[in-house]
Design a protein. Structure first.
Length: 313
């Protein structure tokens, strides 16, 4: 009966709206967690003049800690094991988000400020879109490729200006980190269509334990723990517990509740949060040139993600 249908429809609409709002807030929480990763990683590894934990120890250690927590969580949740045909995608995801992105980011942050890294890695959402286009064999519009090239040109131009007309090794490492993260995000997203998203990151981390746990113990031999400050351990604890584990719980759940297209837009805030966090955490200074380039990069990401992309032919 029509009179009875209205309340049902209204209730369904209200429930969807609540899910969208929750999704946006969880997505924002995930973005804030990931954004603070950059200054916290810098805090953990220190710089050339005052090194703290080594980049390899931070990379392997954060994944090992998160992997052990993931194993416990999967056991409590009685999560089903991945299928054999999914192992290749799990391996690719791990190579990107467990090894590639954290390692190259940590190596670069020994050489450059966190604010500088935030501008370069600000193109990560657009890089992820490019990898998705290639992996899924989609046909993007000309405008999409123009935005992708413009974003790449902006980060290269910024790096060259900051480096006195040339790119530094650290800038190259940051670009490799962006490429690694993009690949890992895309393959992780593909796995998330077949199993619960939070289970994906946990199985990725557990699957990497045979590598990350021994590597952590080996890397520990080259760390002078007596010279490591408490702030470095704070940074390490953050990237292990939040960046490598809990951040994915919030982010993936937000995407599921609020919708990927809507929630993913909050990624545009990530470079700004990283830069703002670097000021009190590291004492870095945010100048007008850096802010201008950050705004320009975010603009290309914003426009590029709205360019039409057709499915595979």
């Amino acid at each position: 009966m029509p009179i009875q249908a209205l309340p049902v429809n209204a209730a369904g609409s209200a429930a969807r709206h609540r899910d969208e709002v929750r999704g946006l807030w969880l997505g924002l929480l995930g973005v804030v967690i990931f954004a603070i990763t950059t200054p916290m990683t810098r805090l953990a590894v220190g710089d050339v003049g005052d090194p703290q934990l080594t980049p390899l120890f931070v990379t392997a250690g954060r994944a090992a800690v998160a992997g052990l927590l993931s194993a416990l969580w999967l056991w409590v949740a009685r999560a089903p094991r991945p299928q054999r045909h999914q192992l290749r995608e799990f391996a690719i995801t791990a190579s990107g988000v467990v090894i590639g992105f954290p390692l190259f980011l940590a190596l670069a942050l020994r050489e450059v400020a966190a604010i500088h890294a935030a501008v370069i890695t600000g193109v990560l959402p657009l890089g992820t879109a490019v990898v998705a286009v290639l992996v899924l064999r989609q046909r993007p519009s000309r405008g999409f490729w123009i935005c992708a090239l413009a974003g790449c040109g902006l980060v290269l131009g910024y790096a060259a200006l900051q480096g006195g007309g040339r790119l530094s090794l650290a800038d190259g490492l940051l670009l490799i980190a962006v490429a690694s993260g993009s690949v890992g995000y895309v393959y992780g997203a593909r796995l998330s269509t077949a199993m619960r998203p939070e289970q994906v990151i946990c199985w990725v981390l557990v699957g990497a334990l045979p590598l990350t746990l021994p590597l952590t113990l080996w890397a520990a031999a080259s760390v002078d723990f007596g010279a490591v400050r408490g702030g470095a351990w704070l940074g390490f604890g953050y990237v292990a517990l939040f960046s490598m584990w809990l951040g994915f719980f919030a982010w993936y759940r937000g995407l599921a509740l609020g919708g990927t297209v809507r929630v993913s837009q909050v990624q545009l805030l990530q470079p700004f949060v990283s830069m703002l966090a670097a000021v009190p955490l590291l004492g870095e200074r945010l100048d007008s040139l850096t802010l201008a380039f950050a705004l320009a990069v975010i603009a290309t990401v914003f426009i590029g993600k709205r360019m039409p992309v057709r499915g595979a032919a």
